[in-house]
Design a protein around this ligand. Sequence first.
Ligand SMILES: NC(=O)c1ccc[n+]([C@@H]2O[C@H](COP(=O)([O-])OP(=O)(O)OC[C@H]3O[C@@H](n4cnc5c(N)ncnc54)[C@H](O)[C@@H]3O)[C@@H](O)[C@H]2O)c1
Length: 329
Amino acid sequence: MKLAIIGCGNMGLGHARRLETLGHSVAAACDAFPGARDEFKAKYPKTQVFEDHRALLEKSKPDAVWICLPTFLHKQTVLDCAAAKVHAMIEKPMALTEADCREMDSAMRAAKAKLMIAFCRRFDTYWGKLREVLVERRALGKPVVWRHIASGRPPRDWFLQKDKGGGPFMDGCVHNWDFCLWTFGAAKSVKASLLTLSEHDALDTGVADVIFESGDRTTLNWCWGLPTGARGANDQDILGRSGVLRFSLPDGHKPKGFNAETMGGFHISRGKDQVEVFTFEKNDMYVEEDRHFLECIAQDKEPVCGGAAGIAATALAERVFRASAAPGI
Ligand SMILES: NC(=O)c1ccc[n+]([C@@H]2O[C@H](COP(=O)([O-])OP(=O)(O)OC[C@H]3O[C@@H](n4cnc5c(N)ncnc54)[C@H](O)[C@@H]3O)[C@@H](O)[C@H]2O)c1
């Protein structure tokens, strides 16, 4: 299979490395900026490098591409892939509006080309274990209340531009939105109060509270508007009637044979000195994500996170923005 990377920044380089781990070379790559092209060429000298994706599609004729561009460029690139009947893995979020996501999904379906959204948590043993504990074992009871506080500054300005990256409640939280929709079902109600702290125009700070069909709930209190390098709070826990899940292993509670290099874990505190520990073998979720996409193409299967998942997650982010714009009482 002939593979190509569109956008040679952080994620483009990351996927090229994972594909190499899986025994695949990248036949072609493109980036609009010479520095990124040079860096890619230095690492992968045999790759044919282009300035734009249309030239790449036309001249290199790949079977599948990894789209690793800033989010506002995802839609047109996917439509061009559909026109060329090329399979596409798109970095998350799929696009900045539900309408754009639907157009992309329809075009790829009409072209009979595979479309996958890079919701990497779905391939991570860490998040897989958490889902098993919450859903299959119901280890906290029902409903659960997942609280997540995060603060910082994204690495490049486009993440904070409303029409390019959409800010944290679109770009970063889309991982949470997808994981929760997958784990708890559709969103029943949404409340939000967001504002802009940075010099850019995306809503970068505030609280979003979502209740799902299952009755489970998540409250995200995020800020991406801090000055670069400033450190705020970053923590999360999940509350339930039978305890609280913390994303760590407490001292003295690591099971026998626990190897921190290869294993991870979290725990539920159920009362004084009552701790239940859960462990898992670590993996590289990006390798597994790329493996899944390659398998879907080879075996003509639907990816577990195709267009429908991308549409649902972006739609939820848009609901958060609409809820924030609604008048409070
Ligand atoms: N799955 C994850 O964990 C994860 C993490 C970070 C980012 N992302 C997503 O991946 C995507 C890319 O993010 P990134 O961190 O790699 O960004 P980045 O800024 O590091 O890379 C984007 C690259 O696209 C190039 N580019 C910009 N305009 C272009 C154009 N018109 N034609 C060709 N190339 C162009 C830039 O030069 C840059 O090299 C985004 O959708 C982002 O949300 C996903």
